[in-house]
Unconditional design. Structure first.
Length: 202
């Protein structure tokens, strides 16, 4: 029978304790990243929104045009954050719009309404663009080209959609355009404008 020095026993106990803490921490992380089922085959959109409200903890306000069915089925359980992302993508794909008037509320606008008349937030800084899919208006400031030139290029090369609007600011002297679209599309349009907003070669 081998003898274990007191110092070795102390180190062993310390190691076991640290492993227990690590395991407990891992369990807590797994619990925090709870998995959810997404089974909404040809379901009423209001049922999906009720589920979405529970996932986000936000108050969902839907107008009277938010009607119809959506199809959202995922075979395997997925993390809650991924479920929220998929629901938002599906809502936009079916012609619904998500507007975030404040941190506690999400407004859902149906296809029968002009979403730009429903209080879309106006943003002027890239870092303020929501990471989630939201309908926003973004002010793109120009450096070299005239706003009407940029508008012409965008209208020629960007596919139209019910939510897309590219307009000039109320101030005619402002060197900028205002783009209204969902967050991910706005980010792509900012990159596109940056590429074409260069001085013309003489």
């Amino acid at each position: 029978m081998s003898n274990i020095a007191p110092s070795d026993t102390y180190l062993m106990n310390k190691l076991i304790a640290s492993l227990i803490v690590a395991a407990a921490s891992g369990s807590a992380s797994a619990f925090a990243e709870a998995q959810v089922q997404m089974q909404f085959p040809n379901s009423d959109v209001k049922n999906v929104l009720a589920f979405y409200e529970g996932l986000t903890g936000r108050k969902i306000v839907a107008d009277n045009q938010v009607i119809g069915q959506v199809n959202l089925v995922v075979d395997e359980p997925i993390p809650k954050a991924k479920a929220i992302e998929l629901i938002e993508q599906v809502l936009f794909a079916y012609g619904f719009f998500i507007i975030e008037p404040n941190t506690d509320t999400l407004r859902i606008v149906g296809p029968g309404k002009n979403p730009r008349s429903e209080g879309v937030p106006l943003i002027s800084k890239s870092e303020d663009i929501p990471t989630s899919e939201r309908l926003i208006s973004f002010v793109i400031k120009l450096q070299s080209r005239e706003p009407d030139e940029i508008l012409k290029v965008l209208h020629q090369h960007v596919a139209p959609s019910p939510s897309l609007a590219v307009t000039l600011p109320p101030d005619p002297t402002a060197r900028a355009i205002i783009v209204t679209e969902r967050s991910s599309v706005v980010r792509n349009l900012i990159k596109l404008v940056k590429e074409i907003d260069v001085a013309k070669r003489q």
